[in-house]
Design a protein around this ligand. Structure first.
Ligand code: PEP
Ligand code: MN
Length: 271
């Protein structure tokens, strides 16, 4: 792709280690947890259930990019503190979103992986700011980003000095409105053939519909994704954010059971 210097330079897979998790290796990495951190009880209940199921990376938003300013915008620093506390209790690693270049240092004090959300994929000062830290970055695909725009966003992070990048396909906006987004699974082998970045798939935001999380996860694993990011909430009906696409821990356990044979078929292990 014309103009890219670093993102397509090295074709050997860039393996990223975070606590007990290895991203980009032979294990299917699982990142799971609520859309937003709501309370200690909610987070701890979720994390304990996920840890039991072998999940090594806990997700949860403290700073939430919401379409409406009147929606729950997250607990902010208190949410970060809860994430760290619960992750330390359970021995998990944390991935959480950062939205503001001025908050990168703060989020990095609490998180093991910093997430750049879809809406901020082309927030260039933010990309430069996370490029200057020494922590892995989960770069989600923009709402309507082409492959090239996505890789140029990654290039910003690389150019600033950080090569620990994990990409996340979370669906793109198309004319189809039945699903929240349209998942582009073909991007997985494209990324894998052109770049060294591990790539995971987020079937929760890709579909917006709980019942579609399992089938899309199956497809993602079958096509060779390095991992999955899935929203799990102890009581989705009461969730302050994205309840309609969240699985209960029991449904998540069922999902793991169903994807196991697919992992085996594509030569991946799963804990
Ligand atoms: C999220 O993962 O919490 C999120 C907001 O996702 P996205 O940026 O993909 O919409
Ligand atoms: Mn969400």
């Amino acid at each position: 792709m014309k103009g890219l210097k670093l993102a397509v330079e090295n074709k050997a897979k860039n393996i990223i280690k975070v606590k007990d998790a290895v991203i980009g290796g032979s294990e299917l990495v699982l990142m799971a947890g609520p859309c937003a951190v709501e309370s200690k009880e909610q987070l701890l209940l979720t994390a304990q259930a996920l840890k039991e199921l072998g999940v090594k990376i806990l997700r949860g938003g403290a700073f939430k990019p919401r379409t409406s300013p009147y929606s729950f915008l997250g607990l902010g620093q208190q949410g970060l503190e809860l994430l760290k506390e619960v992750a330390d209790d359970t021995g998990m690693a944390v991935v959480t979103e950062v939205m503001d270049p001025n908050e990168v240092q703060l989020v990095a004090e609490y998180a093991d992986i910093l997430q750049i959300g879809s809406r901020n994929m082309q927030n260039f000062p933010l990309l430069q700011a996370v490029g200057k830290i020494n922590k892995p970055i989960l770069l989600k695909r923009g709402l309507a980003a082409t492959l090239s725009e996505w890789l140029f966003a990654a290039e910003y992070i690389l150019a600033a000095g950080n090569n620990q990048i994990i990409l996340c396909e979370r669906g793109i906006r198309t004319f189809e409105t039945y699903t929240r987004n349209t998942v582009d699974l073909s991007i997985v082998p494209i990324i894998q053939s052109k770049t060294s970045f591990p790539i995971i798939v987020d079937p929760s935001h890709a579909t917006g519909i709980r019942e579609l999380v399992l089938p899309v996860s199956k497809g993602a694993v079958a096509i060779g994704a390095d991992g999955l990011m899935i929203e799990v909430h102890p009581n989705p009906a009461e969730a302050l954010c994205d309840g309609e696409q969240s699985l209960t821990p029991t449904e998540f356990a069922e999902l793991l059971k169903e994807i196991k044979p697919i992992c085996a078929a594509v030569g991946k292990t799963i804990s």
